[in-house]
Ligand binder design. Sequence first.
Ligand code: DI6
Ligand code: FE
Length: 407
Amino acid sequence: MQQIHPDDVIWRNARLATMAPDVPAPYGLKEQHALVVRGHTILAAIPESDIPAGHPRCVDPQGRLVTPGLIDCHTHLVFGGDRAAEWEQRLNGVSYQTISAQGGGINATVTATRSSSAETLLQLAQQRLQRLMNEGVTTVEIKSGYGLNPEAEEKMLQVARQLSLNNPIDISPTLLAAHAVPTEYRQDPDAYLTLVCEQILPTLWQKELYEAVDVFCENVGFTPSQTERLFKAATALGIPVKGHVEQLSNQGGAALVSQYKGLSADHIEYLDDAGVQAMAESGTVAVLLPGAFYFLQERQRPPVERLRKQGVPMAVATDYNPGTSPFASLHLAMNMACVQFGLTPEEAWAGVTRHAAQALGRGATHGQLRAGFVADFIVWDARHPVEMVYEPGRNPLYQRIFRGEAV
Ligand code: DI6
Ligand code: FE
């Protein structure tokens, strides 16, 4: 271990749930340990007894629990309007077709997003982001995908960039221009895909507005061959890919994501054995989104037991969006992942820390309390990590530390 300097900050007298897989205890738990922080980075986790006598910069969380900052690796946080009225109509028996014909569904959000100013979108997204931060989120992924033209997709990603400049949080922006076919291209989806591959994708990549490319591969979205076309265009520019796959039907999308060494395959309720195998071989993370499963009253559960057996890392995220998962709570998503999908609370925790980090290409720097990792961590007024999973809504956050600074 490197030597401790006088200006290192030592968070002492804590219970560290390191979430490090090589610590041989559930949650990587280390009792009576201290976290040594130098600048933005964790220098080490050391036993209390190794703290240098009279160290000038100590913080005492009084035996509280400390975990890595939470990572929400799949959200659609930036959008205009809401779909509450549409949801109420549905529960009053109005059919999806009728709602669609009235301009409802995903296109309603596209219309609202296109007609909202960047300032309005920023204000709305800020409130949603605040709710995630209040629960201890220190890294969040944000997708575009409600613009569906060059200007509006860029506007959404500029808003995401502004959010990261305005807030103590690490934002990972994703291009989801292939979320749906916009109405003006309804007669010719391939022409829209050409616009995405040849214009939107390279232009916004050059402006460094996003980190990865996503797609909705589904019978109501893009076909596997359209998906592959997008992945080829991304891969040619060295852009990592991921996908909304196997949410409503089995299209073989996860195998396609794996073939392109994708970061993550998300939803995956209808994933088959071949898909699990492909993900295991490529190291693609399975992102479980129990909020959408709940809100759509789905019945088909993701193949958790087979993912577990094959050693596919499982992440858990909110999928926060106005249509299928209006829940800006990662604690709730963890609870739902346990209750609905059968994850253990420890798996749910891995799902919002080290596996979520891996899904964002941050697995070597985020999601664990260990030497060399970023000093993003949470002090909880709790004894044990299971408490946040067990009782969503009672938020025991005590202190949120982002890059070494309490905020
Ligand atoms: N899958 C979903 O559940 C959401 N997008 C996606 O690809 C739906 C988003 C919406 O309805 O606004
Ligand atoms: Fe989504």
